[in-house]
Design a protein around this ligand. Structure first.
Ligand code: NCD
Length: 647
């Protein structure tokens, strides 16, 4: 039986320019054959599976139509909620199972990097039909195909890309491709919806390519009154492709200076991906592209990946420059061409892009987590080991890890050395060592000092320490917190206490006893471990289960500073149910905050600097007599002096 080669299309960067050109040649042929009613049997006997975890009209149906038109057949899960995914089956298991039923998998998923995971676990080839806000390479093939048909050559074209450039995955794939073909890009984002940094950094690092960002009004005035204004902004001296690809397959295109705008590529606001802070961007949803019909823009075609919402007027549809329905129609011949090209490629050697450098291996378990909330590693189970490389934006004073799945960067504040078990606040003196530890496989990274200490790491050096709370003061603070929590709860018997492991959990038990003493009701109590791969909530007191639903939860931690730990604990709590209320109690508030979280009950406010460390020491039972409770403040001397070896 015929087989397709295990060739995955996850990013548009997986295709070299000559390969894209070959696909377009095939697409031209299929378009002609479709017009003339000439049937094809190229994919006879092959089955395509379409797995769509997100809604789709064009992409799924045109893939399926294409496969049928090639004489192949299709099995489809158009609504993954009707599949075993709804029972919690992992993506890895799903694609392994489906690989036994099909020769090719087309997958769409709401998480960034999902197609990469599918490609790694499926023995059959996987095509990305959109993964979160990351990429949508086959839409780009349709876009480029139409652009090329309308304009002849992609090289030197000027394309204004408008709308939601932050979450628009079609935009990201299109930008990577236009950069390679030597086109000029003008980004015209809705307010706050700019092209993300990771896309810009990748273009700058790998292709030395930059482009300008303008408002719609600036775009209008540039093209009405002359182009120069657009090119002379000091922050973006030019926006032409300075093409530096090392790939021998791709020649450096000569870019002609733009004289006119060749295309407006308009996109809708990706409402389903907006976080609360992005909501402000709403209301920018309408572009009247007709206003841009000046002498320099009149040749421009208007493109849209569809579906449109209100950003393109229906009156525009009859204008011959409106080509969005042609883009959608191209879905069939272009996707036929892609499958046919894969069949052809089985027979010949294709040059693949260079493999990226190997990921950093971390000695400690669990490996660090990707900070990007919609990364596939955050929603799939622990089978998926996070994978990072050093981010290209890392330098002596800034350390960041780039996720191998979603490609986003996570900034690293604290690093540790896995053999000496010391941790450090990252600064430029450490950058050489960190690189050495990466090579040795001894690098550990932490989100917070707290996490480092929970994992058994000690600060590199400690400065002088002083006691800022003694046992009596700690006891009084706990009593005050318990009294406030009781007074605030509409029904004190609904109180349940959750402490963040480990000192927050110890404090939680004390609060439980105090609340019991004051109300006569012993509130249920649980420990929440947020430092593992999957946060765990464990009942204390020998109870089998701990119920969050409808409870007035008091979430307890010893110290709050950046707020990351508490934020993570809140998220974990909501994964366990729907509390009636959540109040946050901390013994010490250090004042600095990276996320907007304010504790409801604070034992003491102690403004500190980053170089200081607050340590809460709590004894249990008999230990309390030997080592009384105390809160200590000490400075961390963790910056290395020259010639001093950190380990
Ligand atoms: C796009 C998508 O799903 O990313 N649609 C498509 O495939 N043509 C664009 C969108 O939904 O806005």
């Amino acid at each position: 039986m015929r087989r397709l080669p295990k060739y995955d299309l996850v990013s548009i960067e997986d295709l070299a320019i000559p390969e894209i050109e070959r696909i377009f040649e095939l697409a031209d042929m299929f378009a002609e054959n479709l017009r003339d009613g000439v049937p094809s049997t190229r994919a006879g006997g092959l089955i395509m599976a379409t797995l769509f975890y997100e809604p789709s009209t064009r992409t799924r149906l045109s893939f399926e139509s294409a496969m049928n038109r090639l004489g192949g057949s299709v099995i489809s899960s158009a609504d993954m909620q009707a599949s075993s995914a709804a029972k919690g089956e992992s993506l890895a298991d799903t694609v392994r199972v489906v690989s036994a039923y099909a020769d090719l998998i087309v997958v769409r998923h709401p998480c960034d990097g999902a197609a990469r995971v599918a490609a790694e676990y499926a023995p059959v080839p996987v095509i990305n039909a959109g993964d979160g806000s990351r990429e949508h390479p086959t839409q780009t093939l349709c876009d480029l195909y139409i652009l090329r048909r309308k304009k002849g050559d992609l090289k030197g074209l000027t394309v204004a890309i408008c709308g939601d450039l932050k979450f628009g995955r079609t935009v990201h794939s299109l930008i990577y491709a236009l950069a390679r073909f030597g086109a000029n890009i003008v980004a015209v984002p809705y307010g706050g919806m700019d092209v993300p940094d990771y896309v810009l950094e990748r273009l700058a690092a790998e292709r030395n390519y930059k482009f300008s960002t303008v408002t719609i009004d600036e775009l209008k005035s540039s093209f009405a009154g002359g182009l120069d204004a657009l090119y002379l902004t000091p922050s973006a001296p030019h926006q032409m492709a300075l093409f530096t690809s090392e790939n021998p397959l791709e020649k450096v295109p000569e870019v002609r200076p733009p004289a006119a705008l060749d295309a407006f590529y308009v996109t809708r606001l990706q409402k389903e991906r907006l976080a609360d802070k992005d909501r402000a961007a709403q209301g920018y949803g309408h572009f009247d592209v007709r206003a841009l019909r000046t002498s320099r823009t009149q040749e421009a075609v208007v493109m849209h990946p569809l579906p449109r919402t209100d950003e393109l007027a229906y009156e525009l549809d009859t204008d011959p420059r409106a080509v969005y329905f042609e883009q959608a129609a191209a879905g069939v011949p272009v996707r036929m061409a892609l499958v046919a090209w894969m069949l052809e490629s089985a027979a010949r050697e294709v040059l693949r892009p260079q493999a990226p450098e190997p990921p950093i291996s971390f000695k400690h378990e669990p490996a660090p987590r990707c900070a990007h909330p919609t990364c596939i590693t955050r929603s799939e189970g622990s089978y998926l080991r996070p994978r990072f490389r050093l981010a290209s934006g890392s330098n002596r004073s800034r350390l960041a890890l780039r996720c191998g799945f979603c490609e986003r960067d996570s900034r690293v504040e604290y690093v540790g050395h896995a053999t000496s078990h010391r941790y450090y606040h990252f600064d430029e003196n450490l950058s050489g060592y960190v690189r050495q530890w990466i090579e040795e496989g001894t690098l550990a990274v932490f989100e917070s000092v707290k996490e480092a200490e929970e994992r058994g790491y000690e600060p590199y050096k400690r400065g002088p320490q002083r006691e800022i709370m003694n046992a009596a003061e700690i006891a009084r603070a706990c009593e005050a917190i318990a009294a406030q929590a009781i007074a605030d709860a509409a029904d004190p018997t609904a109180i349940a206490i959750v402490g963040v492991v480990s000192r927050g959990a110890m404090l939680a038990m004390r609060l439980r006893d105090l609340i019991e003493a004051q109300t006569g009701v012993r509130p249920p109590c649980a420990a929440l471990d947020v430092y593992g791969g999957d946060p765990r909530l464990r009942a204390i007191d020998g109870a089998e289960t701990f119920n969050v639903d409808g409870r007035a939860i008091v979430l307890v931690d010893d110290v709050i500073n950046s707020g990351w730990t508490v934020q993570r604990a809140m998220t974990a709590l909501w994964q366990h149910g729907r509390p009636a209320a959540v109040k946050l109690a901390v013994l010490i508030d250090r004042g600095y905050r990276a996320v907007p979280i304010r504790p409801n009950y604070v034992g003491r406010n102690i403004p500190t600097t980053r170089a200081e460390r607050v340590q809460v020491r709590l004894g249990i039972g008999a230990e309390t007599r030997k080592n009384p409770d105390r809160v200590l403040l000490y400075s961390m001397v963790d910056s290395l002096r020259e010639r001093e070896s950190p380990t």
